[in-house]
Write a protein that binds this ligand. Structure first.
Ligand code: 0O2
Length: 203
């Protein structure tokens, strides 16, 4: 049993390393942009390892074999970074930056800003592989980078809290509709903020 536990502990190690890499990459970007332009697209950033509960639920939902290889291949969001920006343009500026990096490979783009989820959820998700350099090998470790504005983040984190109570059950229809309306209101705020910035920059 102890061997199994040790094996799985070892399984998570590369993901933790990947999170350190990504956190440091984005801290450097933040610093460089602030120094060069007096402004950084990164408002704040958070990293997280998927919880065991969430991982087990996903394994069951996707009917994945409980082998390390299957979990490694099928579940790409064990390591996650969330970057919050002030403006919607900054989301895509960061995406362009990531596309140009040689130490991060974009595997898949899920653009829930262009194509929001039924719930109203908006965010840009990049499924990536990031380089982790060890003393004797180079690993490419999967991670998910979620990039969204403060307004989208406020909506998502609040909706998550409201939904938590209803896990496994259906949230009432009127509450769902209200959340969709609130998502629209937050999109409007993003648009107006961008418009205001463009106006101020053109003065
Ligand atoms: P956790 O671990 O709790 O953060 P796929 O891997 O593509 O087969 P998945 O993972 O369902 O399927 O992909 P999706 O929907 O692109 O991304 C899931 C993550 O996006 C969620 O993480 C949330 O962080 C976020 N998300 C997606 N839809 C919603 C929504 O309606 N409301 C909120 N608040 N967040 C959402 P998890 O799965 O909860 O994992």
């Amino acid at each position: 049993m102890q061997k199994v536990i040790d094996n799985w502990r070892g399984f998570f190690l590369p993901y933790q390393m990947a999170l350190h890499e990504l956190e440091s990459d984005f801290k450097i970007i933040d610093l460089a942009w602030k120094t060069q332009h007096g402004y950084s697209p990164i408002e704040h950033m958070k990293t997280r390892m998927k919880t065991i509960k969430s991982l087990v639920e996903k394994i069951q939902k996707k009917e994945i074999h409980l082998t390390q290889e299957a979990v490694r291949n099928e579940i790409r969001d064990i390591a996650g970074v969330r970057i919050v920006t002030s403006f919607i343009e900054d989301v895509y500026m960061l995406k362009e930056h990531i596309e140009q990096r040689e130490d991060i490979r974009i595997i898949r783009v899920k653009d829930y800003i262009q194509d929001p989820k039924m719930s109203g959820y908006k965010s840009l998700h990049l499924i990536v592989e990031t380089q982790v350099i060890l003393s004797n090998e180079i690993l490419w470790v999967p991670a998910e980078i979620q990039i969204r504005t403060s307004a989208m983040d406020f909506w998502a984190s609040t909706e998550h809290k409201l939904n938590y109570k209803y896990q496994g059950e259906t949230i009432p229809e009127d509450a769902k509709k209200q959340l969709i309306e609130l998502a629209k209101a937050s999109s409007l705020m993003d648009k107006e903020m961008s418009r205001l910035r463009a106006k101020l920059l053109s003065n």
